[in-house]
Design a protein around this ligand. Sequence first.
Ligand code: HEC
Length: 124
Amino acid sequence: MRGRTIAAATTALALSCGPALALDVEAARKQFVTSCGVCHAVEKDAAPRQGPNLFGVVGRKAASLEGFAYSPALKQLDTVWSDDTLDAWIADPKAVAPGSVMIYRQADPAKRLLIIAYLKTLSN
Ligand code: HEC
């Protein structure tokens, strides 16, 4: 467990250290497509798939996209998507919002960090 925490911290550091250790956006995008792309579009104004469009999701209030039929559980979750809330959600959506309907869990903290870093590149 300790090893994992250190690995995650090292990745976090790498992602936040600027040009010398710049984020490999293409690798991050690929990880997103592999893990999330089946269910989530990220092009601005693209139609939802099984899940809502994630363009601009960082900083967005949970369950706030017009026209997407969120579960009651997610609608009741009073949160804003940030590094921390996204990390917890991707690790185990049902722990964050029992009754939510996203059928996916990513146990690897390094992959979660990469995906969140990619989501942060998607905004106006
Ligand atoms: C099998 C399909 C599926 C996969 C794979 C999936 N999701 Fe989802 N996601 C959903 C569904 C369905 C919802 C709506 C959940 C609800 O309403 O309870 C959702 C909701 C979300 C939300 C809330 C968005 C909002 O507008 O509040 C975020 C953030 C999210 N997913 C991120 C991800 C990320 C990042 C990944 C990849 C690591 C991922 N999801 C993988 C189906 C999926």
